[in-house]
Design a protein around this ligand. Sequence first.
Ligand code: FEO
Ligand code: CA
Ligand code: CA
Length: 666
Amino acid sequence: MTQRSLPPSVAFEASENEGSNPTQNPTIGDLVAARLSRRDLVKGLAAVSVAAEVLWPNALAAAPDAIEPAPGPSPFDFPELAVQPSSPTHHVAEGYDADILIRWGDAVLPDAPPLAPGKPDAAAQMKQFGYNNDFVGYIPLDGRSDHGLLVVNHEYTNAELMFPGLAPRSDKDSDFAAVTREIVDAEMMAHGGSVIEIRRENGKWFVVADSQFARRITAETEMAVSGPAAGHARMKTSADPTGTRVRGMLNNCAGNVTPWGTWLTCEENINGYFWSKAAAEPLTLEGRALRRYGAPAQWYAWGRFHDRFDTLKEPNEPNRFGWVVEIDPLDPTSMPVKRTAMGRFKHEGAGNIINSDGRFIVYQGDDERFDYIYRFVTDGKVDPDNRTANKDLLDKGILSVARFNADGTGQWLPLIHGRANKDGQVWLNEANGFKDQGDVVIHARLAADLLGATRMDRPEDTEVNPKTGKVYVMLTNNSKRKPDQVDAANPRAENLFGHIIEITPAGGDHAAPSFTWEILLKCGSPSVAEVGATFNPATTGNGWFGMPDNCAVDSDGRLWVATDGNSPKVTGRADGIWAVETEGPGRATARCFFQVPTGAEMCGPFFTPDLETFFVAVQHPGETEDDNPLSSFDTPSTRWPDFQDGMPPRPSIVAITRKGGGKIAG
Ligand code: FEO
Ligand code: CA
Ligand code: CA
């Protein structure tokens, strides 16, 4: 089955899972024993010998739930939620309310019409809340935790869920025969992002109507290009001979906010939007890059109606996507800016912190099997007292990629054109296809390949713990890792359930060239020895999870993990939010706090500064597992629930608060 014949979320997973990194960068398999205990190694080898069909069945769901939590203080004070395999609605721990704040199709701009289910309407959609909300950020107004702006990414669209009766199931429509221009144009307006003003009164949140801040960003919103790729020959198109103006942002997955109150929204699987065979010669840098970035993958029909998404007609258009976009939500007239100094890849998130010397640090995952973890360090310092002084801070700095050594140390390898490494070798030069720094950032994956970065198990979100300075990286899974490809940082072959890495910068300096690292935990059922999960034994049968994806570290330094890929068949539980202890004897204890309805994945998550509200995002509810050819879970209907109340299941933002008020989980 081809990728484009899959529902989008499955196609994205398939692409991320496929991997495009052909390098043999160190898998350091011969050193693995140095990092793994004998017991871990035996478990890992056992896992290799077990076929995927055996690791996925209901046996996992039936694992005993009788492990009692160990006594001792926990930073999380909430009654654990009992996990369910499937449910028509979301669930939250007892004592909390989980209220839907806004859904796909609800008004963002004041004159937005109500959603007309089943009817693609681009003009209406450009004023309504977009589809598949992923990252959620809260930006306080006047420092308040009960009044602020919510910035939300709209990552992609599921036409087969949005337009029942008009669009056939995408897996029955591999040539997009029934996808009309009206559907494509509505999809383009349902992408991008939303800015909404929200307020909490009497304990309940609501969207402020007629807000001066309300804004929709779409696949057509004009954006500026800044940094080393601005004006570069590889960025020029017939519509933009300057190479400095792009229409739209695509597949914005996770992200973050900055200390100066802007929104970093990260373009991820941009390859799926482009049509036609590669236009470039395969041995050129451009030709190699198209393959390395998986473009064109043709998951959408956009290229039929919009020439810029056809690489034969506009070969440079893919280079204009795959960036971190900075948006100022406090100024609705501001132009979003693609910050190219931070590199072009399948960005997941943008965990960040102000370094002790004042420079701004962003940690970034490139979500594909065998791809890399990056760090960006600005040249300039954050000015905490002058917001506008930080306006172009992200345009100058050093992008580096991580190498993890078997002894628990690691290095950040700088991606700087013409720079010699410690052995006097220059890799990023014209001889290797890189004429300038623009080439390096546009084709950052190829540059990182040359430097010998460590190939990871799909780096998803990153977050920095503001209390400890430790950095958490979610590695969601990589079933394609072979036994001879395991390394210390990716120690499981056929890693179906993912793991979480903890990075500690050397000397507490986030700009330092080196770091140390640990695996915080390997995910999956602790009751199945072959899985090799390493949750703290205090973790209950409800507390373990697979496939860590988005995450948050709150201002108390507590880690919250959102998952994508748990299901009745795979782990016997829906996706959700799990609270994970990171310090002391409770380290690697997890407990379930929230679960999504059937078919959804869990995104967001983000806290208000007072920790009284936890915003989470429910993405693609109703995407049944029979849409997913990777699963054999039998669902009773092809679409569930079947458009109750005339409305399909709708992606939504949920505000979680404590009944009667107070801090979440503490
Ligand atoms: Fe859009 Fe890597 O999740
Ligand atoms: Ca994600
Ligand atoms: Ca995901």
